[in-house]
Design a protein around this ligand. Sequence first.
Ligand SMILES: [Zn+2]
Length: 146
Amino acid sequence: MYSFDEDGKALYFDGGKLEPRSVDEGLVGFCADCGGELSSLGCYSTAGGWLVASRCQECGSIVLAEYDSSWSWKRDLEVAVAAAPTPRRPRISEIPREELEAVFTPAELRDMERCERGEAYVRQNLYRARSKYDKFERLFGVRIDL
Ligand SMILES: [Zn+2]
């Protein structure tokens, strides 16, 4: 069973890894499930020919098709989508103080830190801080999660 990594566009199988030869997007066929257009995600060279990973523009399913060396379609292969690693959220203490102070009040910061340490905190302060997480992410590209 193959597994497709959406971020790196690599294809994994039996402990091996195929890097795409090309990642050009293009129409490569139609979805067997819903008839939607399949847009290519990556093209891989194999011993016997080619593999093309594509995504259905309608239902979003990933399709992996096998071709021989003269690009005749052989069959569709089973493919799973590799789970993307979730980005690690930083701890409050790892974020530069000036950035935090540009958005949060001293009371909000104190209670964010208390919450993170598992100590008692003032809920209202944390609620107010939470309403500013979007703003903080916009300004500094860091998502706080408390
Ligand atoms: Zn589909």
